[in-house]
Design a protein around this ligand. Structure first.
Ligand code: URA
Length: 281
């Protein structure tokens, strides 16, 4: 095998393993870094502040209390911790800072950026997708890749653009290689998403794709059954409910253009609800 062929074979192998983008110029041994961090934590405190070994995103101005740890919390503890942290946030900026500082979900370690939301925080329509893809991870914004461009065209079809909606995802970090989020990752991050809904207080919630629909509506059916219906959505902290509906994910539409007919119906239904000014009971 020539040198070129060997490099190509290695890159293909990386891609199959889900490693599809370079995030650093030099390799890093994260296992050794984690071991160093743990043994440093076991030593008595030094008189001068040691350099952090693992680079973190910048700390928020005044984040809510965080567990000071470089190791992951067990999933149940991480969900509980996310609930406590999210509940303490009284603004979207505070919530964004808290999510960036949260260390309870392993996806953060492989992601380039934390992707919070985009659009108008005062919008009547809030759209929730699954998780950032490669382009979203690079830019730190939701729905900016091919599926996002189709979502923009879907919104334009009913006279909306990003200044009139708020867009976010179930997960703020990209699962490596765009794999589906695990139930555990969804459970850990859901309190942050729910708090986002509470703070935005939209009139209508549009869940795109089966992952967001099943998680937020707490249903077992797939998206084919859930789409095109309306459900009352609420959290224990909300006084009323938000009208929630679901449709196919734009990434699915890119692969299955014939499903655009159903989505077009769903969009017209949303347009009607927005025009009617009707609110949930
Ligand atoms: N797919 C999603 O669900 N969200 C994004 O932000 C991009 C692609």
């Amino acid at each position: 095998m020539s040198g070129d062929q060997a490099i190509r074979a290695l890159l293909e192998w990386y891609t199959l393993a889900g490693v599809d983008q370079a995030i650093d110029n030099t390799p890093r041994d994260r296992y050794r870094e984690a071991a160093n961090t743990l043994s440093a934590a076991a030593k008595p405190p030094a008189t001068t502040e040691p350099e952090p070994i693992v680079a973190r995103e910048t700390a928020p101005a005044s984040p809510p209390p965080m567990p000071p740890t470089d190791t992951l919390l067990p999933p149940g503890d991480a969900t509980w911790s996310a609930q406590e942290i999210a509940a303490a946030c009284t603004s979207l900026d505070q919530l964004a800072a808290a999510v960036r500082a949260f260390d309870g979900c392993a996806l953060k370690r492989t992601a380039t950026n934390t992707v919070i939301g985009d659009g108008n925080p005062e919008a009547a329509l809030m759209i929730v997708g699954e998780a950032p893809g490669a382009e979203e991870d690079r830019q730190g914004l939701p729905f900016v890749g091919p599926a996002g461009r189709l979502l923009d065209r879907m919104l334009a079809a009913i006279g909306l653009d990003r200044s009139a909606v708020y867009i976010t995802n179930m997960l703020p970090w990209r699962p490596p290689g765009n794999r589906s989020p695990t139930a555990e990752e969804l459970a850990i991050c859901q309190p942050f998403l729910e708090r986002q809904v509470e703070l935005i207080a939209p009139r209508i919630l549009l869940l795109v794709g089966g992952i967001a629909a099943k998680a937020l509506l707490n249903r077992r059916e797939g998206i084919t059954r859930l789409r095109g219906q309306w459900f009352p959505f609420s959290t224990p902290r909300m006084e009323g409910t938000v009208q929630a509906t679901a449709t196919f994910h734009p990434a699915y539409l890119l692969r299955t253009p014939s499903a655009k007919r159903e989505v077009w119906r769903d969009l017209l239904d949303i347009e009607d609800k927005m025009k009617s000014g009707e609110t949930a009971p």
